[in-house]
Design a protein around this ligand. Structure first.
Ligand SMILES: Nc1ncnc2c1ncn2[C@@H]1O[C@H](COP(=O)(O)OP(=O)(O)OP(=O)(O)O)[C@@H](O)[C@H]1O
Ligand SMILES: [Mg+2]
Length: 1023
């Protein structure tokens, strides 16, 4: 079964040097709303896209969130409106926070900051809980936000903050200010000192949020960390040790996996988890839930089994031993095939997960029947090279997965290459559930309410909007063919552009975005391209800064669908910051090694190229000579105070962010930069303000969608770039019946319609069509929901096992001498138990017990027990039966361990602990890795074997459990065996240097940090 449908995230990582700026406070012209039609339906009230019934009911709730929350005084006429219910429920807390506002606002900066320490103390005293501190803490953050960012969190944002703190999901519409909301619960929960993670979907947003919202925390005396994709282990450790850490889901997930492969405690980068806030929670927990995070490594060596299986496949006959389904590209063994294979291999069960023979045989038959030489692949030297079936091109370096490639190699008799195997894996579903408390925010969670509830135990609370949404979502326009659609998109862009309205065009791939760009080139319309290409990612904030300007056209892939904040008229603050950055950073950032080499070589021109320089024409106007002088002064002061070209990039960016906000400071350099920034912003603003007015009059940002996504939530996220914070705006989707969604999921109706409509350039209007579109999207949603549910159910089995193994592993990694000693004593006892159980059959008389064999078995496990004789055991057995025998042996086993430990410690203190830790970690990693392959095999096998009337999931759980128990026992046995066998070189025989080497030597003593081959395994049963 393959449930890991690949859905690579469409969010690229911003490189560390890319600039990340943010939008500032906004001025809302309420009057601008008047006269405009108020449409508040995120899901498109005017479109008939959503069927009535199940979804119709939810839609009603969207419609009723219109009332302006802050001005809401009348009795709510819509008692069932979830947003209003939320408002009522949290009203008492909001009131408390509001009541504190006046007294707190009269405090000095120092007093305000001092509250953090007081809160910490009150918590430490144990008399007050976080819940009790909440109103005061939130009021403190509100005040800090006012002072540092100039933003006063609205009441609805306070509500959102409480919901997050309670470990729930806050659904707040796009553009409502969720970024700021996270500051409230992050601050409160960080007071405990256990750390808070704020998770976003891409590096750009993590950095933006840290530089922006992080300032509130810093102002209040908390430490703030940021994790980016290309950071070192050291930087990560430091980032994660902070009170509040901004990070993406994938970085956090992989760090978790890597931590669970660490060989020494010093390698760990994460702390224990405490509280996590996930922004765009639906994207991470639902859209990405299908793709597990995997760390893979190279398997020890390719198995001999490929060759044997190839021989068997060769000898087998089609239709006798197996059947082939060409269309499905699958093969199946017949009853006769099974038996023949088991006979030939002399095994009892082809499906034994330890050997996994079935998989080898099936692959070998596939290699024989479905992979044909010179059609599907060619042989070049010792290599099998795949031929692309559509283009006929060879695909050097690509390999079929799950052992198929090796099977083909075996068939052709070439060298069998190493396999890669999973050494660690986790799904986001499982990973995020390991947090003791989890809160989430998104604009679009309500449609997935049940899934959040069932799988994550998270309830969704709908938060009312601060102002009513006045965006118009127009009816979809559908064409028969793609060409008709693109022509219409082109016309629409031209039309809006001509009016002067800014346009955001959403596309689903880089190719599509570039295709549209070419069309606009032909039309002579200037545009910006925001896609995953590195050169564009670097300029993300630059592009976003001007996307709202008059007549601007921005073509974006899904990356702009979430989180990006487009300000109408352009973002003066972003732009002013870019202007300062361009002048400042080249002078204060440490040159990279490459730059220096360049300069030394005399290539000054190239090296001096300013990588912070923005594209020509970005700024709305030149800056005045006064502002220029201020900027020059700022650069001079910064160099004087911080040194010339001496800061790390991150540090420099950080200082710049601070300088461009309002946080209090005495530092001359900060003050000078702030002065320059404020002047420049002011000059830019005279333009952007005017432009904003014009753009508002014209109707705001227009969003053009070019393809429906698999889920409506993602479409709504794109729509949400427009109509933010009460701004006017509009959206329209252009679709064609040839779009993937309809081709794959549309079914016959769509096919029929394709032939009915012959005209390419005329949009199709049809009730039947709309219904088909609806059902297509619903079908996809259900389809993926089922996959996720199945993945989850199967994953649960592995999850509980992973948790247990990681827990034990971590215990060994971090534990002290004494703890490890206890663990070893326990291992020794359990292993003796296993030996006794495996060798003594209590249903036969004592006289018949094979005690001689038992004695030698024990001696084989542990040399220190080689004095055991049959007579001694016989005496114990007749005295106390099997229990007496067991107790005696357990004592011997423990004594032996203590003796061993004593000897080794005498040789070199601390060595035993180090050895034990090494044994536990390497055995756990090795056997867990094997277990992962085995359990994957079982998962496939339960489907393959076709249990009559049995639920494959239950079978899987059962077999998975047995495998796990056996693996844990194996770990214990191997570890204690290694401990008993452990004999480091004698100290007296070596000089000090050799001693060091001896520790990592090849003498069977503890190894270097690298994992060694599997330890020898001793069977439990004698004979
Ligand atoms: N309390 C406030 N007062 C004034 N403006 C605010 C306030 N809170 C947020 N904003 C502004 O609202 C805009 C949108 O904020 P933000 O990007 O955080 O929204 P969001 O809810 O995260 O949207 P999305 O769902 O698109 O990610 C920003 O320009 C921000 O400055
Ligand atoms: Mg956001």
């Amino acid at each position: 079964m393959s449930v890991s449908a690949s859905t690579a995230s469409s969010f690229p990582r911003a490189s560390s040097s890319s600039s990340v700026l943010r939008g500032g406070g906004r001025n809302h012209g309420g009057s601008l709303l008047s006269g405009r039609k108020m449409t508040n339906d995120l899901s498109g009230r005017k479109t008939s896209f959503f069927p009535e019934g199940r979804r119709g009911r939810r839609r009603v709730s969207f419609l009723k969130t219109e009332a302006m929350f802050e001005k809401f005084t009348l009795k709510n006429p819509f008692q069932t409106d979830p947003a209003m219910k939320t408002k009522e429920r949290y009203q008492p807390i909001v009131q408390k926070v509001n009541q504190l506002e006046q007294s707190i606002s009269s405090m000095t900066d120092e007093e305000l900051r001092g509250r953090t320490e007081k809160f910490r103390q009150r918590l430490a005293n144990g008399k007050e809980s976080l819940d009790q501190l909440l109103p005061e803490a939130f009021a403190t953050v509100r005040e800090a936000s006012k002072r540092v960012l100039g933003l006063r969190p609205f009441d609805v944002q306070v509500i959102g903050g409480v919901i997050l703190h309670e470990g729930q999901i806050a659904e707040m519409r796009t553009g409502e200010g969720k970024t700021l909301v996270s500051a409230l619960p992050a601050y409160l929960n960080a007071l405990s000192g256990k750390g808070v993670h704020v998770v976003t979907v891409n590096d750009y947003l993590a950095k933006r949020d840290m530089e922006w919202i992080g300032q509130i925390h810093k102002f209040l005396g908390l430490s703030v960390g940021l994790i980016q994709a290309n950071m070192s282990e050291q930087e990560r450790r430091s980032g994660y040790s902070k009170d509040v850490t901004y990070v993406t889901n994938s970085e956090l997930g992989f760090d978790y996996l890597r931590d669970n492969l660490a060989q020494v405690p010093e390698d760990l980068v994460l702390r224990e988890f405490n509280f996590c806030i996930i922004d765009e929670v639906d994207s991470i927990l639902i859209d990405e839930a299908r793709t597990p995070l995997i760390i893979s490594g190279v398997a020890d060596k390719p198995s001999e089994r490929y060759v044997q299986a190839a021989k068997i496949a060769d000898a087998f006959q089609k239709s006798v031993h197996y059947t082939v389904d060409e269309k499905q590209k699958s093969v199946q063994l017949t009853e006769e095939g099974y038996e023949a294979a088991e006979d030939l291999l002399d095994v009892d069960d082809l499906y034994d997960p330890r050997t996994q023979w079935a998989l080898y045989i099936i692959n070998a038959i596939k290699a024989k029947e479905l992979q044909l030489k010179d059609v599907n692949y060619i042989v070049r030297g010792q290599e099998i090279i795949i031929v692309d079936e559509f283009t006929g091109r060879t695909m050097q370096g690509r390999r079929w997965s799950d052992g198929l490639h090796q099977a083909v190699e075996a068939k052709e008799g070439v060298t069998i290459q190493n396999e890669t195997v999973t050494i660690a894996s986790v799904t986001y579903q499982a990973f995020f559930r390991t947090f003791p408390k989890l809160g989430g925010m998104t604009g679009t969670a309500e449609t997935e309410l049940t899934e959040f509830d069932k799988i994550y135990d998270l309830s969704v609370q709908v938060v009312p909007t601060n102002r009513s949404v006045s965006r118009e979502d127009a009816t979809d326009v559908v064409f028969r063919s793609e060409s008709g659609k693109w022509n219409a998109v082109r016309r629409e862009i031209a039309r809006m552009h001509k009016k002067g309205r800014p346009v955001l065009v959403g596309t689903t791939s880089v190719e599509r975005s570039e295709a549209i760009a070419r069309l606009l080139d032909e039309d002579g319309i200037a545009y910006e391209l925001l896609n995953a290409k590195p050169e564009n990612v670097e300029r993300e904030s630059e592009i976003v800064a001007q996307s709202g300007r008059k007549g601007a056209v921005t073509i974006a892939t899904n990356m702009a669908g979430r989180g990006t904040d487009i300000l109408l008229g352009g973002n003066a603050e972003f732009m002013a910051r870019l202007r300062v950055r361009e002048a400042l950073l080249p002078k204060i950032v440490k040159p990279e090694d490459g730059d220096l080499a360049f300069e030394k070589k005399g290539n000054l021109g190239k090296a001096k190229e300013n990588k912070w320089k923005v594209k020509d024409g970005l700024y709305p106007c030149d800056i005045s000579s006064e502002a220029s002088a201020a900027l020059a002064n700022a650069v001079e002061k910064a160099i004087a105070n911080w040194g010339e070209r001496s800061l790390e990039i991150l540090e420099a960016e950080d200082r710049l962010s601070f300088a461009c906000e309002k946080g209090p400071t005495d530092d001359e350099a900060f003050l000078a930069i702030r002065d320059a920034f404020t002047k420049i912003e002011g000059e830019f603003e005279t333009f952007t303000k005017k432009e904003k007015e014009e753009v508002l009059q014209l109707g705001g940002l227009h969003v053009v969608g070019t393809e429906r996504h698999e889920s409506r939530r993602v479409d709504n996220q794109l729509r949400g770039r427009s109509g933010r914070q009460g701004d006017p705006g509009s959206t329209r989707y252009f679709l064609s019946l040839e779009d993937n969604l309809f081709r794959i999921f549309g079914g016959d109706k769509i096919q029929n319609m394709m032939s009915m409509f012959r005209v390419e350039d005329m949009p199709i209007e049809s009730g039947m069509l709309t219904a088909s579109l609806d059902s297509a999207q619903t079908k996809v949603e259900t389809y993926f929901y089922d996959i996720r549910k199945q993945l989850f159910d199967y994953d649960q089995v592995l999850n509980s096992q992973r948790e247990k193994v990681y827990f034990e592993r971590r215990k060994a990694l971090k534990s002290s001498d004494d703890k490890l000693k206890e663990v070893m004593l326990e291992y020794s006892e359990k292993t003796i138990d296993d030996i006794v159980k495996a060798n003594i059959d209590t249903s036969v008389p004592v006289a018949e017990w094979p005690l001689d064999g038992l004695a030698s078995k024990c001696a084989q496990y542990c040399k220190l027990m080689n004095d055991l004789t049959e007579d001694v055991l016989r005496a114990e057995a007749s005295k106390g039966g099997v229990e007496g025998l067991r107790n005696y042996l357990v004592k011997r086993g423990k004594d032996a361990y203590l003796q061993k430990r004593g000897e080794i410690e005498a040789l070199q203190p601390g060595l035993m602990t180090e050895a034990e830790r090494y044994f536990v970690l390497s055995q756990t990693d090795n056997l867990w890795k094997e277990h992962l392959q085995a359990i994957k095999f079982v998962q496939q096998a339960v489907g393959l074997r076709g249990y009559a009337q049995k639920d494959p999931l239950i079978e899987y759980k059962l077999e998975g459990y047995n495998l796990f128990v056996e693996m844990m026992a194996q770990i214990r046995r191997n570890v204690i065996y290694s401990v008993y066998q452990f004999e480091p070189k004698r100290k007296v025989e070596e000089g000090p240097e050799q001693q060091q080497q001896g520790q990592g030597g090849d003498d069977g003593s503890i190894g270097s940090r690298k994992k060694k081959d599997k330890e020898e395994q001793v069977p439990l049963i004698t004979g």
